[in-house]
Design a protein around this ligand. Sequence first.
Ligand SMILES: [Zn+2]
Length: 95
Amino acid sequence: MPEVINKPLDRQYFKKKANPKYKKDTQLTECCNQNVDMVILNKNNKEEWELIEDYCERSLQTYSNTESITPICCAVCGRLVEYSSTLKDSKVNYK
Ligand SMILES: [Zn+2]
């Protein structure tokens, strides 16, 4: 007899059934509040860090007014949270 017979079949059950890797409703990392089911680049992974660098390089090449880009990563787990870019002449008011 299947083990699930005595368990309630709720939404979570079917989500898990559809995706065996699914653990519970919207799992967030405790350190940076990121959805663990989302594929997020991590600076601790060498290959992913290179992708982050590539993104920054491409952005610098594409947007000539961008001075630098800082990939902001979680200090605990290393997940990329956002990119922060500094614009050239950002203090200059063009008329
Ligand atoms: Zn984190």
